[in-house]
Design a protein around this ligand. Structure first.
Ligand code: FA5
Length: 329
């Protein structure tokens, strides 16, 4: 057996080369390198070899074993010499991971769709804003606490203009009224930024949906009707909405819009946004005559709408991108 180690080696390599499937490669491994395989038998035979030949034969045998092991590793990796990976065509396939849009993206599409059916057109504005659009034109004068550095993400001044990440989509009201003449009926959905501490209902970057309607004889009744129509379309006929008197510099009168949502199994009223009748000072800043035109505006938190619709109790889930969470929607 040990007289012709070379011959054995050649035979082994030839049979391995002829193995075309991974099952054949495995059968080869068992035949040659397995516990009762031929290489083992040759090692066994080495014991009975003449003493003076043992070192030389041992060396040869070890070299052969290493070579076969290396060739086997290669053959195994390629799944057999010729056939490529050994695929069982009768196996049921793995389900393809079907992707879907993020729950927030779909909420935004739904919101735009609902308002679209109510006659609102989509308007847009930049996320990096100047102070005119984020504050001044919205009747928030210099020195107003809302303009403080601690409440805003300001950027370094450039060419005498200080810019900031917009804190509200109300900026798009101004941008639209500067460009277009009434009557107007628009919604703007987008990201806004505030240095708020993260908790179950607050994030430092979130989305708002802004609505603006400017026409002749627009009243608070039209505003309330629009919000109720939206609530019913978005949350179903059991939707509960309430308006509480409030204050915003750019609306008069102003109201807070609340809705009931489930937090940790408990139904609670949660602030959804603000609304009101466009303040005459805002109309004047964009050159619209408040004696002729009137309007309403509202701004709602999109994350809170998504949370209300899907029973999500913590806003942070929306931004953690945990696939186990996202897969639910
Ligand atoms: C505003 O931003 C006003 N621009 C809304 C408005 C528009 C009033 C037009 C009148 C006319 P407020 O700061 O309350 O208002 O924010 C509106 C909504 O955004 C909140 O009710 C809440 O739903 C959401 N929101 C505010 N801060 C956060 C936050 N840190 N994380 C998530 N959502 C938030």
């Amino acid at each position: 057996m040990l007289d012709s180690i070379d011959t054995h080696e050649q035979e082994a390599l030839a049979t391995l080369a002829a193995a075309t499937t991974s099952a054949q490669v495995e059968a080869w491994r068992i035949a040659w390198l397995g516990t009762s395989g031929r290489v083992g038998a040759m090692m066994e035979a080495l014991r009975g070899a003449p003493k003076e030949k043992k070192p030389m034969l041992g060396k040869q045998l070890n070299a052969m074993k290493q070579k076969l092991e290396a060739q086997f590793a290669l053959a195994k990796a390629s799944g057999g010499a010729e056939s490529g990976p050994d695929i069982d065509m009768t196996e049921p396939g793995l389900p393809a991971g079907v992707g879907r849009r993020h729950v927030l993206t779909r909420t935004i599409a739904d919101i735009v769709d609902i308002f679209g059916r109510m006659g609102f057109r989509v308007a847009e504005g930049p996320e990096v804003e100047d102070e005119w659009h984020n504050f001044t034109a919205l009747n928030i004068p210099e020195g107003h606490p809302a303009r403080e550095g601690t409440d805003n993400f300001y950027m370094a001044e450039q060419g005498g203009i200080r810019r900031l990440l917009r804190t509200q989509t109300s900026t798009v009201q101004i941008r639209t009224m500067e460009k277009e003449k009434p009557p107007l009926k628009i919604v703007a959905v987008g990201r806004v930024y505030r240095p708020d501490t993260h908790d179950a209902t607050h994030f430092s970057m979130f989305h708002q949906v802004e609505g603006l309607c400017v026409d002749k004889n627009v009243s608070m009744v039209d505003l309330k009707t629009a919000l109720w129509q939206f609530a019913r379309a978005c949350f179903g006929p059991e939707a509960e909405v309430r308006m509480r008197p409030s204050f915003f510099p750019f609306t008069e009168p102003s109201a807070e819009v609340d809705m009931k949502m489930k937090i940790k199994g408990e139904w609670r009223w949660v602030e959804l946004g603000g609304c009101g009748m466009v303040d005459p000072a805002v109309f004047e800043s964009v050159g619209i005559d408040p004696e002729v035109w009137s309007g309403y505006a509202f701004g709602l938190g999109v994350e809170r709408i998504a949370m209300r619709r899907h029973g999500i109790s913590d806003i942070r889930w929306l931004y953690e991108n945990d696939a186990r969470f996202l897969r639910q929607f």
